[in-house]
Write a protein that binds this ligand. Sequence first.
Ligand SMILES: NC(=O)c1ccc[n+]([C@@H]2O[C@H](COP(=O)([O-])OP(=O)(O)OC[C@H]3O[C@@H](n4cnc5c(N)ncnc54)[C@H](OP(=O)(O)O)[C@@H]3O)[C@@H](O)[C@H]2O)c1
Length: 360
Amino acid sequence: MKQYKVGIIGATGMVGQRFCLLLANHPWFKVEVVAASARSAGKRLEDAIGNKWAMTSPIPENLKDMIVMDATADIEKISSSVDFVFCAVNMKKDEIKALEEAYAKAECPVVSNNSAHRGTPDVPMVVPELNPEHIEVIKSQRERLGTKRGFIAVKSNCSLQSYVPLFHPLMKEFGVEKAVVCTYQAISGAGKTFETMPEIVDNVIPYIGGEEEKSEQEPLKIWGKVEGGKIVNATEPVITAQCLRVPVSDGHTAAVYVTFKKKPTKEQIIKAWESFSGVPQELQLPSAPKQFIHYFEEDNRPQAKLDRNIENGMAVSAGRLREDTLFDYKFVGLSHNTLRGAAGGAVLMAELLAAKGYFD
Ligand SMILES: NC(=O)c1ccc[n+]([C@@H]2O[C@H](COP(=O)([O-])OP(=O)(O)OC[C@H]3O[C@@H](n4cnc5c(N)ncnc54)[C@H](OP(=O)(O)O)[C@@H]3O)[C@@H](O)[C@H]2O)c1
């Protein structure tokens, strides 16, 4: 496989730091540029991050001396020195939209963790195991933007990775009619650690701005179809969500209740989960988990602390599947929010795009 030069836009942030770890020794991608705000620009990456480094392993040796560029002022320079960029920045939605479009228009593809473009109909929002075919819409997006290479592809919100992958293998045969999900979300999802979010210790905060709408709506885009150069959202299942912030460093848990059009047996559900695999497994993409969904028989699993790192944080876990009194079934799901849910999911999407020739 060809090697691609990549940039990390937002390299000093929580998701950016994950990108640094995932890309420092990646077989296909070589980090050529790190960029952040004007506050960090001109500094060594290690100095720019300072005491904000939130990962358990140290900042990679081959990246720590890189000089941080200015994500906005250096767009032309960055675009001409890399094959594509990963983007995870904390800015206003309009500013992010403009920034990502500026990179795309400078013929630099953008693989984004930001939510700004998730609603744009010709921007694919891809979970590579679930809807890899959505990348076809890039052709129409390029026409709209007037670009040859440049485009934007986005990752979905982190919360829904803890339940949408568990509905997906059941959709075709059994049809998911409606679901209630309650998510228990880690503080790294807000870019925080226990040091920077002391108010979460001994506490649960029952509000995460915008999260419930994303958790209900984004799955419908993932299950949508490419039609007439855009993605037309699915109209079902109906999902209602409540999202809570809990004192956990990494790993979003979801408590799920679901009713099917045709009720499966418990054994059929577990079999569908354990046997499910997608294009990333078929293509053996470097970051693809060997088994996407892991089911636990133990009553006290999955647990965020014990199970978030299964298959390098790229697998999704499920447990406590049982019949319910109001819905057909209830169960618990778990995924690592900054790995599968953010940087890892974006790297996997980039591997899919690379394998399909979108960066050439
Ligand atoms: N954390 C998660 O689990 C997660 C999951 C999915 C999606 N996301 C999304 O990923 C994005 C980043 O999240 P995060 O948690 O990594 O945030 P974060 O820790 O606050 O990091 C923000 C990054 O954005 C940069 N930045 C801020 N203002 C900027 C500006 N004006 N121009 C250029 N760069 C600027 C920061 O650079 P400086 O250090 O120079 O300020 C830093 O690198 C957000 O859109 C978030 O919604 C996060």
